[in-house]
Write a protein that binds this ligand. Structure first.
Ligand code: SAM
Length: 287
């Protein structure tokens, strides 16, 4: 093993050797702090035998840490310019595979199942920020046997995703995620831990204890949540009844009453659990 990859000197050396330039448009801000790299792997409790899906290898900094802990890593990286670099930096790790493709265009279920069967998957990644939300949506839509997700995102985004009802940061994204898993901020990461330095701070978001008992309710719940938050200043009864669902206001009031939600409450005051029950009580509608 050479010098570890999170040293800024090593990154510069690699850049010079391969003529590599950071592509801002691909969210290429690489980790340069070994303590943070280890803390991410610690927070995901990465160990021998784990199967990890990583998104965005960069020069392999986080990937190497995961491999050193005995995990099998399948990493999807969009930038083929990184191939000769990654062949060199990670070539010695037998249990690492870099798959060069846009993760959003990758059939994750197919790729992971063909390699690891139905083994539980931990997602560990320093995400490219321009596609954080689409990547999370793609992960969920892929129907993977997720054990946990630990991903670096913008600090403000992490706060919104983990926010509780009644706070300013609480919104539809908080509810979408918290309906599926327990969501918390595992680690704050200052901008100085990256090269090049981004102009925002970051945080590692942790999603654990995935709930699998949604049945058909999840899509309906998402529609109800979207509608409720579509007019944050209005009461929930008003927001839901003017959203355009093909149902009568009375039916909405009845669903709210059955759930025990006063019609004059606002979207941001309603808890995730209440949204879950409201979705069950809500008339079946398409929108
Ligand atoms: N893991 C490395 C680290 O921590 O130093 C790099 C993280 S960097 C924030 C994000 C990485 O994601 C970059 O290597 C970038 O090329 C890659 N990337 C950007 N968009 C992608 C996409 N749509 N699919 C797969 N990888 C992508």
């Amino acid at each position: 093993m050479n010098k570890r990859l999170y040293s800024p000197a090593r990154i510069r050396e690699i850049q010079e050797k391969w003529g590599f330039r950071f592509q801002k448009s691909l969210g290429q801000n690489f980790l340069i702090d070994g303590n943070i790299v280890r803390a991410i792997a610690d927070s995901a409790e990465v160990g021998e035998g784990d199967v990890i899906l990583e998104i965005g290898a960069g020069i392999g900094t986080l990937t190497e840490e995961l491999a050193l802990r005995g995990a099998k890593v399948f990493c999807v990286e969009i930038d083929e310019h990184l191939k000769p670099i990654l062949d060199e930096t990670l070539g010695a790790y037998e249990d690492v595979e870099i798959f060069y493709k846009d993760v959003l265009k990758t059939d994750l279920k197919k790729e992971l199942t063909s390699r690891f069967g139905d083994h539980k998957i931990k997602v560990v990644a320093n995400l490219p920020y321009y596609v954080t939300t689409p990547i999370l949506v793609h992960l969920f839509d892929s129907d993977l046997p997720l054990e946990s997700v630990h991903v670096m995102v913008q600090k403000e985004m992490a706060s919104r995703m983990a926010a509780k009802a009644g706070t300013k940061a609480y919104g539809s994204i908080s509810v979408f995620l918290q309906m599926r898993a327990e969501v918390s901020v595992a680690l704050a990461v200052p901008r100085t831990c990256f090269m090049p330095q981004p102009n925002v701070d970051s945080a590692v978001l942790a999603l654990t204890n995935f709930k699998t008992d949604h049945g058909e309710n999840l899509k309906r719940a998402e529609a109800v949540v979207r509608a409720a938050f579509s007019k944050r200043r209005k009461t929930v009864a008003n927001a839901l009844s003017t959203y355009g669902f093909a149902i009568e206001k009375d039916q909405i009031l009845q669903a709210l009453a059955e759930t025990g939600i006063e019609p004059n409450r606002r979207a941001e005051a309603i808890t995730v659990e209440e949204y879950r029950i409201l979705a069950k009580n809500f008339p079946k509608v398409e929108k």
